[in-house]
Ligand binder design. Structure first.
Ligand SMILES: CC(C)(COP(=O)(O)OP(=O)(O)OC[C@H]1O[C@@H](n2cnc3c(N)ncnc32)[C@H](O)[C@@H]1OP(=O)(O)O)[C@@H](O)C(=O)NCCC(=O)NCCS
Length: 179
């Protein structure tokens, strides 16, 4: 949080309430994880829908001062993130980008262009990998073959040391799923 403040008014999650007061639009059931930076200096240009998850370290940046020294002006642009969208860890969302509903943005993506509804995108610059429907169907199928753990296997459910070892063993040859 401290570092973020030094580089020109980027605040951290603790300041979300303040950003909303300044005009950030945020829907219901938005999950914002640690180390997320939302552009405080132009936060009224940012609209976040309902049921959006923003994973650790994501940067949502509505301005671009790369022109400031030469032109005397900074580029600015609106950003919107549609309902039920997931933004993967350490992704960067640049100004003038509309991300649709039911989108999955892969970890470490740089989103430079609009993303239509229902797409999985990844990479720098982010490009379409598949549709969200295909992605979810693939993993729904995988859940029938791979280990699925309930909440007793989580920190919240006070997972035992024995279960931690058991989980490692069960995941030795592939992914699993946890509630
Ligand atoms: C993008 C993502 C949704 C794809 O999931 P998936 O389809 O199950 O992933 P797979 O491992 O089957 O990879 C599919 C392909 O996409 C590539 N890929 C996966 N994730 C990628 C990413 N973040 N960036 C670039 N390429 C990626 C893989 O290398 C693979 O390419 P290949 O077919 O050429 O080998 C997932 O990898 C991801 O990044 N999820 C976000 C995780 C996250 O942010 N977690 C934070 C805590 S909540």
């Amino acid at each position: 949080m401290f570092r973020a403040r030094i580089i020109g008014g980027m605040f951290d999650v603790e300041d979300i309430r303040r950003l909303k007061k300044r005009g950030l639009v945020m829907g219901r059931n938005v999950k914002i994880m640690s180390g997320v930076v939302i552009d405080s200096s132009h936060c009224w240009l940012i609209d976040i829908g309902n049921n959006v998850t923003i994973a650790p370290g994501v940067h949502i940046i509505a301005h671009d001062a790369s022109t400031k020294y030469h032109l005397g002006y900074t580029k600015i642009g609106r950003i919107s993130i549609g309902d039920n969208t997931f933004i993967g860890a350490r992704s960067v969302i640049l100004p003038n980008v509309r991300i649709g509903r039911n989108v999955v943005v892969g970890a470490g993506s740089v989103v430079t262009r609009n993303i239509p509804d229902g797409m999985v995108v990844a990479g720098n610059p982010a490009s379409v990998v598949t549709t969200t429907t295909n992605y979810m169907n693939r993993h729904r199928k995988a859940m029938k073959k791979r280990p699925v753990f309930d909440t007793t296997w989580t920190l919240h459910g006070k997972i035992s040391d024995k279960k931690k070892h058991e989980m490692k063993r069960m995941l030795r040859d592939g992914i699993g799923f946890i509630e």
